[in-house]
Write a protein that binds this ligand. Structure first.
Ligand SMILES: C[S@@+](CC[C@H](N)C(=O)[O-])C[C@H]1O[C@@H](n2cnc3c(N)ncnc32)[C@H](O)[C@@H]1O
Length: 343
């Protein structure tokens, strides 16, 4: 399978890359369009929009390391992926080597056969900072080969954005599972779009989402839960290692969550005094993984308790707003209110 608009340059992108062998279904037939940069007007942009976007860039340009993708994705039952179309829709470039290929794209390309994928669709966003140097682009991998989403198949204004109509069409009509690390600055819109789509997903986002009013609803309604791992290291656009507090989130089935061992679910009396406080409204706050097993009123926990899987241990979120405790009139760090489920 090749690119169908005839304007392609031959590219053997994975030659020499240790992860890619002749066994890789797409290694032989990769073609790519020449990169063109449409004018601002053609991209539906104005100078002001470009400047506004530039302000948000710093936080967005954190790229995922291959080992973090591998560590998380290898935890799921392989049958999850079988005969499925995976969509990587946030700057998941495919290039000639690992420096120009996102870790998500690389993982699924490498494991295409063993996961028995039906299709992999990766799109690349043409942002202000372009670590992968790809421009707006899209790629489709199937068992028989590879195809770039042709210049003539994309609308002129296609910028690779996850909320561009073409990306939404792929999400709605093709994707079974969405897997990526979306831009932090658009995280709320991204979550809404993906969760409302009803598709399966496995994504990276900020650890504090679980106590952020914009997201609590999804945890409360069990539309999303933490994945297995935290993600603390990323690569920035200068290719330096940087730290940020991220976690995997998903609606794929989780088995034997290792982080449950970090929860200490014990009777209130057994919680050391230093990990218990009552705020000015009399609400109990618990820390250090302690969860009272015999307390019937709502109490407040940090994001860590949610990430460690407390909602899978017979507790539920009580209110959809972040809970901000005050002690002696002083604001303390935000939490979420949970309580033991009845019955
Ligand atoms: C946290 S980085 C992750 C990139 C890549 N998915 C990875 O995991 O390495 C988020 C990426 O989303 C890109 N981005 C920003 N706005 C976007 C949009 N509207 N649609 C798709 N991607 C966007 C940013 O340019 C950035 O490269």
């Amino acid at each position: 399978m090749g690119c169908d608009d005839g304007t392609v340059a031959m590219l053997l992108p994975y030659q020499g890359h240790p992860e890619i062998t002749d066994e890789t279904p797409l290694a032989k037939s990769i073609v790519k369009e020449p990169k063109t940069t449409p004018a601002l007007r053609e991209r539906g942009m104005t100078f002001k929009k470009v400047m506004d976007r530039a302000k948000r860039i710093d936080n967005d340009e954190f790229y995922t390391r291959y080992e973090d993708v591998e560590k998380e994705l290898s935890m799921y039952d392989k049958r999850v992926w079988e005969n499925k179309t995976v969509f990587c829709n946030c700057d998941d470039a495919v290039g000639k080597d690992e420096n120009s290929t996102s870790a998500f794209a690389m993982y699924f390309i490498k494991h295409f056969k063993t996961l028995k994928l039906k299709k992999l669709i990766c799109t690349h966003y043409s942002g202000q900072v372009d670590l992968f140097g790809q421009g707006a682009a899209g790629y489709i991998f199937t068992k028989t080969g590879f195809k770039a989403i042709g210049k003539y198949e994309r609308p002129k204004d296609y910028n690779g954005s996850f909320d561009h109509p073409l990306s939404i069409e792929i999400l709605e009509n093709e994707a079974d599972i969405v897997c990526t690390n979306p831009p932090f600055s658009r995280a709320i819109d991204y979550w809404k779009l993906i969760i409302d789509s009803g598709k399966k997903f496995l994504i990276i986002s900020n650890i504090t989402n679980a106590i952020n009013t914009s997201y609590i609803h999804y945890f409360k309604k069990k539309k999303v839960w933490p994945g297995y791992n935290r993600v603390d290291n990323y690569i920035n656009s200068k290719r330096e290692l940087v730290r940020a507090a991220g976690s995997w989130y998903t609606n794929l089935k989780i088995k034997n969550r290792d982080r449950h061992r970090l929860l200490k679910i014990v009777p209130l009396k057994q919680i050391p005094d230093k990990y218990i406080k009552y705020d000015d409204s009399g609400t109990l706050l618990v820390d250090q993984g302690y969860i009272p097993s015999n307390y019937s009123k709502p109490f407040a926990v940090s994001a860590r308790a949610i990430l460690n899987g407390v909602l899978e241990k017979g507790f539920e979120i009580v209110q959809e707003n972040r809970y901000t405790p005050y002690i002696d009139g002083e604001e303390k760090f935000a939490r979420v209110l949970i309580r033991k489920q009845k019955g």
